[in-house]
Design a protein around this ligand. Sequence first.
Ligand code: ADP
Ligand code: MG
Length: 256
Amino acid sequence: MLDVKNLSVVLSKRRVLHALNFTIRNGEVVGLLGPNGAGKSTLMRALSGQYPIEGAIKLDEHDLPSLSIAERARNLAYLPQTRIIGWPMRVRDVVALGRLPWRALGQRSSAADAEAVQHALDLMDVAHLADRTATELSGGEQARVLAARAVAQDTRLLIADEPASGLDPAHQIMMMEALRRIARQGRMVFVSLHDLTLAARWCDRVIMLKDGEIAGDGSPGLMMQPQRLAHVFGVRAHFALDTEGLILAPTGLIQR
Ligand code: ADP
Ligand code: MG
């Protein structure tokens, strides 16, 4: 379980996150929703150890901020919002970077490493690109390759900042299905999303952030109600239900 208590982050003397409290349980896909500038990326960076924090972050028995970089990388994978691959490497080698935290320095990759890499390539639908040069792929393909790298890291917690942004509709659904499959192995997935439709349908729980504070934490059905969507996002939406769950489509602006 991830247990966050009174988490505050101050950047350039500005308090960006204000005493957040929440948990993520094993097996859950938790969506992080909120308008631009709400603090989603800051929260995800803080959890992955990139900012000094106030408060406590516990991942099972570990105190996250006090873990070494190597230990953290074996427990938590972080997929940043900006996903451009800078090095002209083979796709398979990019994904294999996710295995490094599991190897001693200089140790060669094992059959288990190769299997984890192949599994991640398949899960993110980039296996057919495995021998291509990563920098020559489209933006959406590069995004999926970097997601595969995070999956190959094989951690109990996966944090993904807007992994579905910029993907075509089929790959957005594939991404959400993949995250759900990862969670169903007993892991924790924390994913920020701008697409309320995807969030409503694929997240077990959503946490809403507004101005660096939690503005809602609960099931999509409970959280994504007209009043809260108006308050947090300034939109109204159309709601429907089918056998697989909630269908939500933003339809207009609320005058504020
Ligand atoms: P989101 O991901 O929800 O769009 P961010 O976490 O990127 O939002 O940003 C939240 C707020 O924190 C914004 O107002 C942004 O300007 C501010 N912020 C982000 N990084 C810094 C920084 N390094 N220094 C000062 N303010 C920052
Ligand atoms: Mg962001």
